[in-house]
Design a protein around this ligand. Structure first.
Ligand SMILES: [Zn+2]
Length: 204
């Protein structure tokens, strides 16, 4: 087996986002460099912009709210988009949509501006032609959401420690949006950077 080709570790500054192409077979590593920081991921098929990530189908087919190593992120057409190959954290969320300006305004009860994952995803994916309305519920890497037996939902600090990472393999050609989440309350009070790396899959 050859060694993974070296690829630089890119940094997503706090409260920002990026978008990039990920070819089938390539690996995406998402790293939480400081710990307790969420990264929202949304993706589209590169072949057809109408095919996008579906959090609800991914929950349905995995029979769990908490996807980890071996689980698959499915599209709205029930095709595999990404497979979780490694996961050193083990706790991520598929229930919550990306934080948005309106969310902050509704929660805070005022009209102040606040950066958000939704804005950062829409802006980053905009260069591939996607508008804000195309962004659905995200795979919220490192986000720690619990649901009690009565259905009450609680956001707790992420369980990711400094250096925690998730490795995902692309199962189709993708356009990926990725953020360093902008919501202080989701990120143990402080919004921090996220790092990521695109690697070619090793061949036997
Ligand atoms: Zn966010």
């Amino acid at each position: 087996m050859r060694v993974l080709s070296p690829a630089p570790l890119q940094t997503i500054p706090a409260q920002t986002g990026v978008a990039f192409e990920l070819k089938r077979g390539q690996l995406l590593r998402v790293v939480d460099p400081q710990g307790a920081q969420v990264s929202d991921l949304f993706c589209f098929s590169a072949a057809d912009p109408a095919e996008h990530f579906s959090a609800s189908r991914s929950i349905d087919y995995a029979d769990t709210l908490f996807l980890t190593t071996g689980h698959v992120l499915y599209s709205n057409r029930s095709q595999a988009m990404l497979r979780i190959v490694e996961d050193s954290c083990g706790r991520h969320d598929l229930l919550m949509p990306p934080c948005s300006l309106r969310m902050f305004q509704i929660v805070a009860g005022n009209e102040d501006y606040h950066p958000s994952c939704h804005e950062n995803l829409a802006r980053s994916l905009g260069r591939f032609g996607f508008g804000p309305d195309a962004i659905g519920t995200t795979f919220n890497i490192f986000m720690n959401v619990s649901v009690d037996p009565r259905g009450a939902i609680q956001i707790a600090p992420p369980l990711s420690r400094a250096g925690a990472s998730v490795l995902l393999r692309a199962e189709m050609d993708l356009l990926v949006g990725l953020t360093a989440c902008s919501h202080e309350g989701t990120n143990a009070g402080v919004c921090k950077p996220i790092q990521y790396q695109v690697l070619d899959e090793p061949r036997a």
